[in-house]
Design a protein around this ligand. Structure first.
Ligand SMILES: CCCCC/C=C\C/C=C\CCC/C=C/C(=O)SCCNC(=O)CCNC(=O)[C@H](O)C(C)(C)COP(=O)(O)OP(=O)(O)OC[C@H]1O[C@@H](n2cnc3c(N)ncnc32)[C@H](O)[C@@H]1OP(=O)(O)O
Length: 308
């Protein structure tokens, strides 16, 4: 697993502009199974599935639905992040795909965020590899050249919120039991600068300041009020609304949309690219502290006890 994700962003010429284009390099055989079908207008559609991610690409519309299917709560383990990154990379390289919808195949949960067990009781090398894969997924989604819409059909704490915020647009299910936000402080951990900056760019400085310090989690209606999500719709309409929405985005010429997106996001992507190694070091130093390990252990126990 050591060399699973070894890639940097590369710049691709597009007319006179340069666009961000990710490239997940993965040194293992993917367990993805793929089947293709021909649609009416002879564009091919395909489905692929791995243990954590299922992808359905409709070749006639150019829309791919990427479903998280990592039971029980879509927590983002190293394997989950790797598979998601590979799937998104493949779609980015596939000319028949113009946009992706990220959603969950599981009930009530979009994603429980980073898999806490990857950050607890392991060795520094493991933490470094895990953190690199977290950076990787953010770089991939935030710098994605195609349209990315989050169809948030369940709770989405911390890393789940980060991935949603990295998309171009967020639609959340209108269920008052669901929550979304960067709750790291509640776990006794700290969101790194690129989590923070992603939130600042989504909801503004003051709201982020309060959200991060309290580790606030928002109901769908509150998330809509602060702009953390763009639309709240009945749960059964989340995917159809995402499809309608992406269709509107598809009406914009790809090159103009891509260059505009790159213009907005490239500075942040570049900032992380320039400091990846120090960011990994910071994470490893932080997460290996006894006090932090203790907080995480305590939090995991509290999750289990809540159930009992
Ligand atoms: C200057 C200094 C700067 C330093 C900064 C440097 C570096 C940065 C350092 C650290 C940054 C880390 C960033 C972390 C980001 C994260 O994403 S942390 C994860 C946050 N996630 C959560 O808090 C969610 C916790 N889970 C829940 O709230 C609930 O589980 C739920 C998602 C709402 C689902 O509820 P429910 O359906 O009731 O399911 P259960 O609670 O029963 O859970 C089922 C089992 O799943 C386990 N689980 C839940 N979440 C996680 C998770 N995130 N990771 C691993 N496992 C999880 C849960 O324990 C249950 O397990 P068992 O069945 O009991 O075995």
């Amino acid at each position: 697993m050591a060399a699973v994700l070894r890639r940097g962003f590369r710049l691709v010429s597009f007319g006179s502009s340069q666009l961000l284009c990710g490239g997940c390099k993965h040194g293992r055989t993917s367990s993805l199974s793929i089947c293709s079908t021909s649609s009416r207008n002879s564009s091919s559609s395909s489905s692929s599935s791995s243990s954590h991610v299922k992808v359905d690409l409709d070749g006639s519309t150019g829309i791919a639905v990427v479903k998280f299917q990592s039971s029980p709560v879509n927590s983002m383990s190293l394997d989950f992040l790797t598979e998601l990154c590979i799937s998104l990379e493949k779609l980015e390289l596939d000319r028949s795909c113009r946009g992706v919808i990220l959603t969950s195949a599981l009930p009530k949960i979009f994603s429980a965020g980073l898999d806490i067990t990857e950050m607890y009781g392991k060795n520094p090398e493991h933490y470094a590899e895990f953190w690199k894969s977290v950076q990787e997924i953010w770089l991939k989604v935030y710098g994605y050249s195609k349209i990315a819409i989050a169809a948030i059909n369940g709770s989405s704490p911390a890393g789940g919120c980060l991935v949603s915020m990295a998309c171009d647009y967020r639609i959340m299910a209108d269920d008052p039991r669901y929550r979304i936000g960067l709750n790291e402080a509640q776990l006794g951990i700290v969101a790194p600068f690129w989590f923070k900056d992603t939130m600042v760019n989504t909801v503004g400085f003051r709201t982020t300041e309060l959200s991060l310090q309290f580790g606030l989690m928002y109901s769908p209606s509150d998330a809509l009020k602060i702009g953390l999500v763009d639309q709240v719709v009945p749960e059964e309409n989340v995917l159809s609304t995402a499809t309608e929405t992406i269709t509107k985005w598809l009406a914009i010429p790809d090159h103009a949309r891509e260059i505009s997106k790159s213009m907005m996001r490239k500075p942040m992507v570049d900032r992380l690219l320039a400091s990846r190694e120090s960011d990994i070091k910071n994470f490893v130093n932080f997460i290996t502290k006894d006090s932090i390990q203790k907080s995480l252990g305590f939090y995991m126990n509290s999750l289990k006890q809540r159930k009992a």
